[in-house]
Unconditional design. Structure first.
Length: 247
């Protein structure tokens, strides 16, 4: 165990996660646990939701459908669809870490990416190119273990702190992580991420009066698609300019 801690990227990952990312997720899970308790879930079910689903949209969907006495099949499908967004993150992260070249068994591969979170994915995007693939893997493991631990502690605390603090105040905490991710994406180096956040936010404001909650889904696709299209256009222009200069 101590030999693992000797790697600087492991210590860096743990330190980075123990700061704002871990605190933001812990605060968010405080709010989620309050919602879960109000919906009638036990502490064990709430903790298993954080540990097993490990995706706030899926967890919120599960709690909402459970409160409305929906069938288990419907809950399962809703959670699966809500967490489907993680698939592209896993593919991207797997490529960044060079997993196929590290000879990791399939079951370890699945366990490794069970802990994938948007917070970790954005952080890895910032470090790509600064760390070698095997170093990025070590960083990812340390980072995700710490934020996962923070989230479990936040879930357990939130289940009982509702008896002390007003539940409406705790429910507001559930938005801390989304706000943190938006700020993180806006401060990132990738232009496409900044454009996607700005366009998505703009489209939500425009479409919400007409489409209600469906505006979030449409704005996400429209904002991300427009950001990609503009990025591809700019890359193509730069490629042509480089070609002219080389001539």
């Amino acid at each position: 165990m101590f030999s693992v801690l000797s790697h600087p990227e492991v210590r860096q990952g743990a330190r980075d996660a123990a700061g704002l990312p871990g605190l933001a997720l812990a605060a968010t899970m405080l709010g989620f646990a309050t919602m879960s308790k109000e919906a009638g879930l036990s502490l064990l079910m709430t903790m298993l939701s954080t540990a097993g689903v490990w995706g706030l949209p899926g967890q919120v969907a599960m709690v909402g459908l459970f409160a409305s006495s929906s069938s288990l099949i419907l809950i399962f499908l809703a959670v699966t669809m809500a967490n489907m967004r993680m698939l592209l993150m896993v593919i991207s992260a797997s490529d960044s870490m060079g997993i196929k070249h590290q000879q990791i068994p399939a079951w370890k591969h699945m366990l490794l990416f069970h802990f994938m979170a948007a917070t970790a994915w954005l952080r890895m995007g910032q470090l790509k190119g600064h760390l070698a693939p095997h170093e990025l893997t070590r960083y990812y493991i340390a980072f995700t273990i710490v934020i996962f631990s923070f989230s479990l502690c936040g879930t357990a605390l939130g289940f009982y702190i509702g008896d002390i603090m007003p539940p409406p105040l705790l429910r507001v905490l559930i938005f801390i992580t989304p706000l943190y991710l938006i700020l993180l994406a806006l401060s990132g180096q990738a232009k496409v991420n900044r454009l996607a956040v700005m366009f998505g936010g703009l489209f939500v404001v425009i479409l919400m009066p007409f489409m209600g909650q469906g505006a979030i889904f449409v704005a996400g696709f429209a904002g991300g698609g427009l950001a990609l299209a503009l990025t591809f256009r700019d890359d193509a222009k730069q490629g042509k300019q480089r070609g002219h200069h080389e001539r």
